[in-house]
Design a protein around this ligand. Structure first.
Ligand code: SF4
Length: 687
């Protein structure tokens, strides 16, 4: 592809909504966005874009955009100059450090921010403040992917490029609704299926892709691990495993085979509700295919045992020898939800990992960073996002900077999140709009959006791609990159790397997997996947062709047993709520609800099966009150058979509905990723 737009009045950039990473040409007239065109030579989108990337830019000029800083005075957020706001932030951070040391300060960085902004945020926390208390919103979605794929294969990313996945002759799509959440990838998957690939969809709901599937498995929410073990049982029992590959390149087979004796298809069927015959048929299709591939989404990760889910799903690819460039298949690929959820973690905006995934507890990894930064790196892992909120409620965390995340709308059990913010003496929020979270802030800093900034994103198949400013931010709004520098300077710290290009170059010096990356190269080549250890070699789109990146160079099978979810239906709360995305909107909807997309989809809805509607006296289109043990929400009922009996579904794009007041505080035992996919609820018609 070319890295530049073909027309002089357009700016080439990368979509800032989902993790597909479509290349877009933004048409600019008189300083405003006039249109967004999908680039025909975009490496992922090839001339396509969805309704979000293509049409949802009206928010840029919304009258509700924050255009000047706000500082709380006498309980009221009051317009202020940047100098006043920066002084207030610096004073709040200093006061927290005086009272509780560096660990009394924390920051939540963002998958919506660029790599360079994430890099700078974590560098500021680690070197300017002296704490590892930095995390990003991958904690809420794909932290189990990072942990699970690292444990299985050694690296925190998908194993193959999507160009390869598309060539698979059997696609196992699990816990994902790409037709709505990742439409361009959804279309490519559908097209592969129409071209003859066997399509197996495993999802409790009748998602768009399921309607075209050869087999649709509908496990009860929270039972993935049992399903994956049932599939693995059949692979082993019917000899559909690659013995040579397992002997040469994997460990843990004996332990796994012992465990799998407990999961014949009949037992897996009992736990999951998927008929044993379908489990067997799916395993045979995957096991007999010449080039199978696995694609999965948040339906695998957002569980009490989400990391076990990722690992036991990865077992299938290892058993089959369908990973590691073997020619026998295309591994396992997580569909990342947000534009830069991969990159935010790659850049080290994590409490336990430095840029490039070096553990903060590893002296060699710290030494690499210290050599580049010229400062010591704290060795104790910092707080994860849920622990930050807990710590604030307990009075230990005294300053929290939240960048580009509306945590009161998007995090589970939102009442407790709001309590944490109210208990924290200094809350700084960098945002486009005065959202739910900003209302609890002491200082609000107006931010630039993805169409107004320079940098890079990493998409779901590990491609670094350039982001370029098409228009200027409104009023005095600034990029997070500028603001982190400004806060650091106000506190007397110099973070170096004055431009985003410098930040990526500096990151490349300390993270071996990114050593070959630079803006010059990205501008020349358009997209470069990591690992990219040399400027003279292409990045590796297919991982592990020689050996896995684990300590012993082998893939590690997991023998984690099935354990039940945090909540199951009972007499008081007889239904299971699953939350997810819809096609026209993105996350909290702060951008997509301010533009034409609202006309396409303007209301939060609760999907429920006709049997449940009848049982609870709920009519299609009527208001319904949903209650969990954690809170209450009011939605409009949509009665249909997309959800199975006993389950209900709603999206989280309309914070006013209070969906995340319902969701439970249970979280993945390994990574603290919330169990958004399983909450026991009850409902009644709203009077
Ligand atoms: Fe592409 Fe995703 Fe943007 Fe849609 S939202 S245009 S699929 S990157």
């Amino acid at each position: 592809i070319t890295s530049r737009s073909p027309r002089p009045d357009t700016v080439r950039t990368t979509c800032g909504y989902c993790g597909v990473g479509c290349t877009l040409d933004v048409v600019v007239r008189d300083g405003s966005v006039a249109a967004v065109l999908p680039a025909r030579d975009g490496p992922v989108n090839r001339g396509h874009a969805c309704v979000k990337g293509r049409f949802s830019y009206g928010y840029l000029t919304s009258a509700e955009r924050l255009t000047e800083p706000l500082v709380r005075q006498d309980g009221v957020l009051t317009p202020a100059t940047w100098d006043q706001a920066l002084d207030a932030v610096a004073a709040g951070l200093r006061a927290a450090m005086e009272q509780g040391g560096p660990d009394a300060v924390a920051a939540i960085s963002s998958a919506r921010a660029t790599n360079e902004e994430n890099y700078l945020v974590q560098k500021f926390l680690r070197t300017g403040i002296g704490t590892n208390n930095v995390d990003n919103c991958s904690r809420l979605c794909h932290a189990p992917s990072a942990a699970g794929l690292t444990a299985a294969f050694g690296r925190a990313g998908g194993t193959d490029s999507f160009d390869d996945v598309e060539r698979a002759d059997c696609l196992l799509v699990v816990g994902a609704n790409p037709v709505e959440a990742h439409p361009v990838v959804g279309a490519r998957l559908l097209s592969a299926a129409l071209d003859g690939a066997t399509l197996i969809v495993a999802d409790p709901r009748n998602v768009g892709l399921a309607r075209h599937a050869d087999l649709h498995l509908r496990p009860r929410p929270g039972t993935n691990v049992a399903l994956f073990h049932g599939l693995a049982h059949v692979l082993v029992a019917e000899g559909l495993i690659d013995q040579d590959f397992l002997a040469e390149r994997a460990t843990g087979l004996d332990e796994l085979c012992t465990l799998l004796t407990d999961y014949p298809p009949e037992r897996a069927a009992e736990i999951t509700g998927v008929p044993a015959g379908d489990i067997t048929a799916a395993a045979r299709a995957y096991g007999r295919a010449a080039r199978p591939a696995i694609v999965y989404g948040l339906g695998v990760t957002e569980h009490l045992h989400g990391t076990d889910g990722v690992r036991t799903l990865a077992n299938l690819a290892v058993l089959r020898g369908a990973v590691g460039g073997t020619g026998h298949g295309y591994g396992i690929s997580p569909l990342r939800g947000q534009n830069n959820v991969q990159g935010a973690s790659d850049m080290g905006a994590l409490p336990d990992l430095l840029p490039g995934y070096g553990p903060v507890t590893d002296p060699a990894a710290r030494a690499r960073a210290e050599a580049v930064w010229g400062q010591q790196v704290p060795r104790r892992p910092g707080l994860r996002i849920p622990d930050m909120f807990r710590s604030a409620r307990e009075g230990r965390l005294r300053a929290l900077w939240i960048i580009g995340e509306d945590v009161c709308a998007t995090d589970p059990d939102s009442r407790q999140v709001a309590e944490a913010l109210d208990a924290c003496p200094m809350v700084v929020v960098s945002e486009l709009f005065l959202g739910e979270t900003a209302r609890h802030a002491d200082v609000v800093l107006p931010a630039a959006s993805w169409l107004e900034k320079d940098g890079t994103f990493v998409n779901f198949d590990r491609r670094f791609q350039r982001v370029r400013p098409a228009v200027r931010p409104p009023g005095t709004a600034r990029t997070d990159f500028d603001v982190v520098h400004a806060v650091a300077r106000t506190m007397g710290a110099d973070l170096g790397c004055p431009t985003p290009a410098d930040a990526l170059s500096e990151c490349a010096r300390l993270a071996p997997d990114f050593a070959g990356l630079s803006y010059d190269r990205l501008d020349r080549e358009g997209a470069v996947p990591w690992p990219c250890p040399s400027p003279h070699r292409p990045g590796e789109s297919t991982l592990y062709t020689r050996e896995f990146a684990t300590g012993d160079g082998r893939a590690h099978l997991s023998a984690a047993p099935y354990l039940p979810p945090g909540e199951v239906p009972d007499a008081d709360y007889p239904l299971l709520l699953v939350t997810g995305r819809r096609w026209a909107h993105y996350n909290s909807g702060s951008m997509t609800r301010r533009g034409g997309n609202l006309l396409l989809d303007g209301q939060g809805r609760l999907d429920l099966h006709p049997l449940d509607a009848a049982r609870h006296g709920v009519r299609d289109g009527a208001p319904v009150t949903v209650e969990s043990r954690h809170g209450r929400a009011r939605l409009i009922a949509r009665v249909g058979s997309d959800t199975a009996p006993g389950q209900v579904f709603c999206a989280f794009h309309f914070p006013a509905d209070g969906v995340n007041a319902l969701t439970s505080p249970h979280a993945d035992t390994a990574t603290s990723c919330p169990e958004y996919k399983v909450t026991a609820v009850r409902l009644r018609p709203t009077a």
